[in-house]
Every structure is written in structure tokens, then in C-alpha cells.
Design a protein around this ligand. Sequence first.
Ligand SMILES: Nc1ncnc2c1ncn2[C@@H]1O[C@H](COP(=O)(O)OP(=O)(O)OP(=O)(O)O)[C@@H](O)[C@H]1O
Length: 260
Amino acid sequence: MTPAIEVRDLHVTLGKAAILRGVDLTVEAGSWVAVIGPNGAGKSTLLRAIGGLLPTGGAVSLMGTPLERLRRRTRARMVATVAQTPVVPPGMSVFDYVLLGRTPFVSLLGRESAADLAAVTALLDRLDLAGFGDRELDTLSGGERQRVFLARALAQEPSLLLLDEPTSALDIGHQQEVLELVDTLRRDQGLTVLATMHDLSIAGGYADRLVLLADGAVVAAGTAREVLTEEILSRFYKARVKVIDGEDGPLVVPVRVAPR
Ligand SMILES: Nc1ncnc2c1ncn2[C@@H]1O[C@H](COP(=O)(O)OP(=O)(O)OP(=O)(O)O)[C@@H](O)[C@H]1O
């Protein structure tokens, strides 16, 4: 089967610095891959490069088509990206912002249909945002806003979802709600998910495969059990951790360096 994302020998240089240095990555259609790694490793850069937002060396294909051959509108229907801090149009309501996600479905001179409006209402409901539609985006809490960003991405009905730290501002309940929703869409509709994630236990619990980036290169890749080992994590994160066998995979627990 054609992979949803295929990245070969990807290089990105920003300013004078080589940020990604020969990254290879394959994401099978309908799977969930988590990109993990320490701060500054190049995780967001990798997502932006795959989303076509950066000039790159090497090759990126989405659903078998090289990125540069995909028309803008086709790409907009195929891929939805949630950046770490999306630009928010000032004064825009939550409903209108999520409705922007329907843009690829609206004809050039057309207006959004009743089905578009219903899709937005349903998503606000599913993300625990009913009643927020009229609020201005910049009056929302960080976690509420993060759920609105995801709602906009899902409104696009993409086949490929690129998420940069999708739950960093969410409490533990909303984290679970959002990740379960994404996983349900993956299972029921074949959505492919590529997400950068800092919480390693959660990454291991949801992703089929983990890819560990360090200093712009892939240094480990595989299942959670293969990648989330004390040896690998202490080496690349310079962290002292304990890895415990959990119900849904390994649980990574930080251990104090200095004894109490
Ligand atoms: N425009 C730029 N010019 C120079 N360096 C940049 C530029 N943008 C990003 N970088 C650097 O590229 C490196 C990778 O950044 P990136 O945001 O991809 O890291 P990350 O792995 O997502 O980190 P974090 O976990 O902190 O979000 C960082 O060292 C960052 O400072």
C-alpha cells in the first residue's frame, strides 16, 4: 500500500543552521506516528516541511504524490496542520474561525452550505466547546483555544493530520478527550496522524510507532517498547527516568537526580 507520508533524505537549513540533516520517515496510511525528541531537535521543522511550509532538500511525498506536484487546493483538502501557536485573526469568533476549515469545500464564489455550518456545530460539541461559538478567540483560555485549533483542522476533513504538540495546554481530562477523538477518526475514517508529542507515556499509548529526533536526525524509531527505554531516553534527553510496564505500553516517569 502507498504510504500516506514518505520522506527521503530531508534537509532543512534555516538561517545558516542545518536543522534537519537527512531525515527518512515513512507513515503508513491510517496509522499514528509520534515524533518525539528534546527541545530544538527539529520536530516542528519536520512537520512544517511535510506541510509544504518550508524550502527543503530531499523528497516528500503525500499519498504517493511529490509535495511540489500537489496543487494548493488538493493539498488543502488532504492535509490539515495544527501548529504550536497558530496565527489568530484578531476579533474573529470561534465559530467563524472553525468555519475557515471548510474553505477547501466552498466553491470560489460560493458561500458555505448548511452542511458546513452543521459540521462546525458538531465539532464544537465534540470538543466540549458548545456555547463558545460567539466568543472572540483571543478571550479564550489556552486550553480552550487549543481545542478550537484542532476543531478547525478537523473541519477540513483531512486524510492526513499534522499536529504539533496538540495537547500541551490541556488538562488531563481534555487531553484524553482530544486524543481519543483523533484516534476514533483514525480507526473509523482511516485518518493518518503525525504528531509531535512531549509526553512520552501518552505518545506510547496512542502512536503505533515513535520516531525519536535528536539534533536534526532520526536516532531511534519503532514501537513504544523499542524506543522508550531508560538507556535511549537518558542518552538523548539527558534525563533520569524510570520506565514502567503500563496497561497501554511503557510509562516514563522522571526520577529526581538529587536524592531527597
Ligand atoms: N528561522 C530560524 N533560524 C534559525 N534557526 C531556527 C529558525 N527556526 C528554528 N530554528 C532552530 O531550529 C531548531 C529546531 O527547531 P524546532 O522548532 O523544529 O524544534 P522542536 O524539536 O520542535 O523543539 P521544541 O521541543 O522546543 O518545540 C531550534 O534550535 C531552533 O532554534
